[in-house]
Write a protein that binds this ligand. Structure first.
Ligand SMILES: [Ca+2]
Length: 309
């Protein structure tokens, strides 16, 4: 499975990247950074920090969009800390940032590889993916699938009462992606809020005894403070790794093939994923919208994979 991870690390992004790099079924062709949780200068740096933590300085890392297509950037330091990767102390990266723009790398890769063999895994705002699709519409039929973290239906919102962060930051980009005709798997808050790192699950990461296990446990220690306070939960949800876990073990997840549209105009509900979960309309199905997961199986998978690094 060849994938490109598009990301705004982010502690949970880091866990998703590490899980992919640890998995022999997956070949990471490159990592593209986008502005989101923190500004681009930090997300591209964090992506390289994570590759070096995994000992994978061979992975090319590209910087992409500095801001959303049409709006000023909204960030989430209140969740992820000043650096985006607050928690563990990790060295500055020595591996280089690639020269090309992330969107150009995505376009060139999809044109080079055999059609239907490359999956895009966006786990931040969808700006880079939309830029690639707008710049080169010919790549859309070549993309095997887009497996993204974003949106919500039953859980509604986490950055506004109506919207999830990744979609809210760049709703126009999200709309471009959802209207692209590419098969999409969506990991909304409905499922990621069930991927909860309890104390025992985080202890299992720590007990791996490796630099990766310790770093993941310390990242979770940091960002769970926010969620415990906000939701009164036993730990923090590991949003982004749901994407990689679905690629590895789709049987851990259940969802529905439905239509999903993105609200771009309303001041009140901008960035809302209007998901036709109950199939009330006859709008065309454009997404597999995941609603539930086997949390025990999910954390067993993650712990197993992270233990290989
Ligand atoms: Ca992210």
């Amino acid at each position: 499975m060849k994938i490109i991870i598009d990301t705004d690390p982010g502690q949970d992004d880091a866990v998703a990247i590490l899980t992919a790099l640890a998995s022999p079924e997956i070949e990471v062709l490159g990592i593209t950074a986008v502005a989101g949780n923190v500004p681009l200068d930090l997300t591209q740096k964090n992506a390289r920090i994570v590759c070096e933590l995994a000992g994978r300085t061979d992975i090319p890392v590209f910087a992409g969009a500095r801001q959303p297509l049409k709006r000023p950037l909204v960030t989430a330091e209140h969740v992820h800390g000043r650096t985006g990767l607050d928690g563990p102390v990790l060295p500055d990266p020595t591996m280089p940032l690639q020269d090309r723009h992330a969107a150009d790398f995505i376009v060139e890769t999809l044109r080079r590889e055999a059609p239907g063999t490359v999956t895009l895994v966006p786990i931040g705002p969808l700006t880079n993916i939309a830029m690639a699709l707008m710049k080169a519409p010919d790549i859309a039929p070549k993309i095997a699938r887009i497996v993204l973290m974003g949106g919500a239906y039953f859980e509604v919102g986490n950055i506004t009462p109506a919207a999830e962060f990744n979609i809210y930051v760049d709703p126009e980009a999200a709309q471009t992606v959802f209207r692209s005709g590419v098969p999409i798997t969506v990991m909304p808050l409905d499922v990621t809020h069930k991927a909860m790192v309890t104390g025992a699950r985080n202890d299992a990461f720590r007990a791996l005894g490796s630099p990766v296990g310790r770093a993941v446990a310390e990242m979770t220690d940091f960002f769970e403070r926010f969620d415990k306070e906000k939701y009164g939960s036993d730990g923090a949800p590991l949003h982004d790794p749901c994407t990689v876990a679905w690629l590895l073990k789709p049987e851990l997840f259940t969802g529905r093939e439905i239509n999903v549209e993105i609200e771009c105009d309303s001041e009140l509900t901008r960035g809302m994923t209007v998901a036709d979960w109950w199939r009330i309309t006859d709008r065309q199905v454009n997404a597999l919208f995941i609603g539930d997961l086997d949390a025990e199986g999910f954390f067993e998978l993650l712990t197993d994979r992270l233990g290989r690094l």
